[in-house]
Design a protein around this ligand. Structure first.
Ligand SMILES: *Cc1c(COP(=O)(O)O)cnc(C)c1O
Length: 441
């Protein structure tokens, strides 16, 4: 039986294979079969890969630092079926809005294992989170310190909180996904003294219990060193705050941002390498500054779900401009995956049937939206295509569907979860009725 290439095996779901007919299969289901049953564009999520990644993180980190919680970042892909799997695997989860909280609640996700992030949480959202009994809230501004203290007082609650600090460390990723530098909307800057002020204010707020500090550098981070650099800086700050204000660092959260391979040539360090870098930095920092080793939490979003998801599109028109370019139009695009347009993100594209067939040609795969910037992949080598062929893009499981829009009044795609030859719908395709439902004449 033919097989996926080694490079493709790294970026496709763990269960992906080729069947005797030459079709790519995921979770024992052929892409062609799924497309004919559920239509295109279609997002296929592989349950085995989600569980595999959860276990890789759990074992990778707890082997290196026993008291580690793995906190899945819901925004990478929010879905109740996914949240159930995350809960079963024993992970924690973070949310950044009331909407993400609703998804966690719909899955019955244990409130104690939830952390509420975001740089501008509203009064209503905080109130909903407290009513749900949320485990942690990570505060991001002086406004939030005051607001949460007030909401908690009204409810007679003393809420456990972390403070998000900004360590002024550049993780060398895309500018739009860099979050821990001085010029950022996120977090209290240590460099300017804002973080010290925040620690003092939060410690003196009667209805807040400060349990620790958080930072998040950005995403995706292919280098290890920014983590240890930032961890050392923040632990040093924590020790100063202990001496000056009596801060007890019982919990420490150096965020997420762990990279994944989108194209075969550019693979990230293994999870164990991130785990070793972070655990060594935490231990040696605690040692250096005389801190007790805290409970550690890391927050992978992308790295849990990216590889689990594969997007499937059908080819429509093909435009050949001699000596210039071949444009292959598909039935999705920036409406279901805006990452190429927004971040110039790269994807691997494969034909779903006989993906490695000859002859090939270099093509640019574009979407159906009215923007010249609407593309999926530029200058990719594919077998010569016909209208009606199916294309798939692996590692589409993170930040595609959650950023999907109804631009050009398109309906957002269906999503299926596959396992052992079964496919179940976990989000139905939107309909024209859905589009009209919120508009009034
Ligand atoms: C987005 C985000 C994450 C997850 O980032 P990934 O790149 O998906 O791992 C973690 N923590 C915070 C605070 C975030 O905003």
């Amino acid at each position: 039986m033919p097989q996926l290439t080694n490079n493709d095996q790294e970026i496709f779901p763990v269960s992906a294979s080729l069947n005797d007919a030459g079709d790519i299969t995921i979770g024992g289901c052929s892409i062609a079969q799924l497309a004919s049953e559920f239509g295109t564009p279609l997002y296929i999520y592989d349950e085995d890969t989600v569980r595999h990644m959860c276990r890789q993180f759990t074992s990778g980190f707890t082997d290196a630092y026993e008291r580690t919680h793995i906190e899945y970042s819901t925004k990478a892909f929010a879905n109740p079926a996914l949240a159930k799997i995350i809960a079963e695997e024993g992970l924690h989860m973070d949310v950044v809005t009331g909407g993400e909280l609703i998804f966690a609640k719909a899955a019955g996700f244990p409130a104690e294992r939830l952390n509420f992030h975001g740089n501008n949480k509203g009064r209503e959202e905080l109130s909903e989170a407290l009513d749900y009994g949320i485990g942690r809230i990570t505060l991001d501004s002086f406004y939030e310190i005051g607001l949460l203290n007030e909401v908690a007082r009204e409810k007679g609650i003393r809420q456990k909180v972390l403070l998000r600090v900004s360590p002024s460390v550049d993780p060398h990723t895309h500018l739009l996904t860099t979050t821990g530098v001085l010029d950022s909307k996120f977090g209290f800057s240590i460099e300017t003294g804002a973080a010290a002020e925040a620690v003092q204010q939060a410690l003196s707020a009667d209805n807040l219990e400060v349990v620790g500090l958080h930072f998040h550098l950005g995403s995706p981070i292919f280098e290890l060193e920014p983590y240890s650099q930032a961890i050392d800086y923040v632990l040093k700050f924590a020790a100063e705050m202990r001496d000056v204000h009596g801060l007890q660092l019982t919990e420490f959260n150096p965020g997420g941002g762990f990279a994944v391979g989108y194209v075969g040539e550019e693979l990230p360090p293994p999870i164990t390498a991130y785990a070793n870098e972070i655990s060594v930095a935490v231990r040696s920092g605690c040692d250096r500054y005389g801190l007790e080793e805290p409970q550690l939490t890391v927050e992978p979003g992308r790295a849990i779900v990216a590889r689990a998801g594969v997007a499937v599109y059908q080819v429509g028109g093909i435009k050949r401009i001699p000596n210039v370019r071949v444009y292959v139009s598909v039935d999705g695009g920036m409406g279901d995956n805006i990452r190429p347009a927004l971040y110039s993100s790269e994807y691997t594209v494969r034909r779903a049937h006989e993906p490695y067939a000859e002859p090939t040609e270099k093509v640019t795969v574009v979407g159906k939206y009215c923007e010249s910037g609407d593309y999926i992949a530029k200058d990719v080598e594919l077998p010569v295509l016909d209208s009606g062929d199916l294309l798939c893009t692996p590692t589409s499981g993170a930040y595609s569907v959650p950023m999907a829009s109804n631009y050009n009044m398109t309906t957002r795609p269906a999503i299926v979860m596959v396992k052992d030859g079964d496919a179940r719908l976990i989000r139905r395709r939107e309909t024209y009725e859905d589009l009209l439902a919120t508009s009034l004449v």
